[in-house]
Ligand binder design. Structure first.
Ligand code: GDP
Ligand code: FO1
Ligand code: CA
Length: 320
């Protein structure tokens, strides 16, 4: 069976570790289509946080506490840059991580598409699944906030909002710059067409899943495809398990609940994307019109627990 997973960073990576554990037992093939909206240029390097979180997690190189960057990291280059006053000083690339960024940036500058760069990096990390960016084109999430000098609104890059301001500036709008013209990356449409099921990882719905679905040809292929689409709720009992998804949801006027996120994604039969919505047992009362809802424990405490979630999602999609 072929399983396609739409994913962001930390939540996506942990979910994919469970999908891979399931697939190792069954022989299923797994393709992850990962958000690139967080991607940014800093210090002349192209940074792709969600792709790297997935690659390092599945390749055994992640720092498990942070959920981004490398284990056993040192920060000499970051400290040296700060001594030059080289901005941004609020964002840090570790010394080991910089090697990945040098390889990526060199390949992009030589003309390789991001999907080819990801494949080359995965030759080293061997994630055990096919890892694809949602698009090879520029697509960046920008956040509209009130200008600090009171002169109206301004758009800042997602990383500035998330890392520098810790999502504390009220977000008025999220813009996926470039989404209008972005095409699915090489391999994405083929994967969706061949899929037996599409799963939405329990990733941030507003800034991880939405930018993937903002690639219109990708969304169209998912919506018009024959594979069932099952989402897994990132919200348990009214709060994000980790991170600041609540801040993102309030910005788009969506209740921070499994039901709120399920309704935001919506039924495929009513202009949305979902056939099934997997929620935690704490949210068993969830109702999403037109969508089959099932409640099971959704805590990704280890790969076995996550693989059990994956089996429940496959059953909900009718392919388990
Ligand atoms: P990011 O790109 O690094 O922010 O990561 P993602 O967007 O892929 O995932 C972040 C989301 O994962 C958070 O909003 C959490 O709600 C969700 N999450 C983290 N751990 C768990 C878990 O154990 N269970 C569930 N259901 N969701 C989780
Ligand atoms: N997150 C931080 O909170 N501070 C950082 O300095 C930081 C650096 C960083 C470098 C490379 C990378 O791939 C990720 C990095 N992140 C950092 C995490 C990250 O940018 C965000 O958590 C995500 O984009 C949200 O998914
Ligand atoms: Ca992300």
């Amino acid at each position: 069976m072929r399983i396609v997973v739409l994913a962001g960073g930390i939540g996506g990576a942990r979910f994919l570790a469970g999908v891979r554990a399931h697939a190792r037992a069954t022989g299923d093939e797994v393709t992850a289509v990962v958000n690139v909206g967080d991607d940014v240029w800093m210090h002349g390097l192209r940074i792709t946080p969600d792709l790297d979180s997935v690659m390092y997690t599945l390749g055994g190189g992640i720092d498990p506490e942070r959920g981004w960057g490398r284990a056993g990291e040192t920060w000499t280059v970051k400290e040296e840059l700060a001594k030059y006053g080289a901005e941004p000083t609020w964002f840090g690339l570790g010394d080991r991580d910089i090697a990945t960024h040098l390889v990526r940036t060199r390949m992009l500058n030589a003309g390789y598409p991001l999907s080819a760069v990801v494949a080359a990096l995965c030759d080293r990390w061997q994630p055990g699944i096919t890892l694809l960016p949602a698009t090879d084109d520029r697509l960046e999430t920008h956040v509209v906030v009130a200008a600090e000098d009171g002169s109206g609104d301004q758009a800042i890059h997602f990383q500035e909002w998330w890392v520098r301001h810790r999502a504390a500036l009220p977000a008025k709008q999220f813009r996926f710059v470039g989404a209008d013209t972005a095409k699915p990356a090489a391999g994405v449409l083929d994967a969706l067409q061949a899929a037996d099921i599409v799963l939405l990882a329990p990733s941030n719905p507003v800034v991880s899943i939405a930018p993937v679905l903002a690639v219109s040809a990708l969304r169209d292929a998912l919506v018009s495809g024959s594979a069932p689409v099952v989402g897994v709720s990132p919200i348990i009992g009214g709060s994000p398990v980790r991170g600041m998804a609540d801040k993102c949801l309030s910005a788009v006027d969506v209740e921070c609940s499994a039901q709120g996120v399920g309704r935001l994604l919506g039924a495929r039969t009513a202009g949305g994307v979902l056939d099934g919505w997997l929620v935690d047992t704490a949210d068993a009362a969830t109702d999403v019109p037109g969508v089959r809802v099932r409640a099971v424990p959704l805590w990704m405490t280890d790969d076995d627990a996550t693989a059990a979630m994956v089996r429940a999602a496959l059953e909900l999609g009718g392919v388990g």
